[in-house]
Design a protein around this ligand. Structure first.
Ligand SMILES: [Zn+2]
Length: 66
């Protein structure tokens, strides 16, 4: 029984909440803002920087596997 399939879970994606916000400097694990209604908000800049980290990670993984 050979295990050739390698599944990469989506959980490896960097969550915007897991990094500090470059816009308002909210600490990791803490929402940028909480509205008066109790809803949490995260700045777009934070989401974008998390996406950037993901891109860099993917590039590194590709280089390693080649
Ligand atoms: Zn923020």
């Amino acid at each position: 029984m050979a295990k050739l399939k390698i599944k990469i879970p989506d959980e490896l994606m960097t969550s915007p909440i897991s990094i500090a916000c470059p816009f308002c400097e909210a600490k990791p694990g803490i929402d940028c803002e909480t509205t008066s209604g109790g809803l949490s908000a995260v700045h777009i800049l934070r989401i974008e920087s998390a996406a950037l980290i993901d891109k860099k990670k993917k590039r590194k993984t590709v280089k390693r596997s080649v």
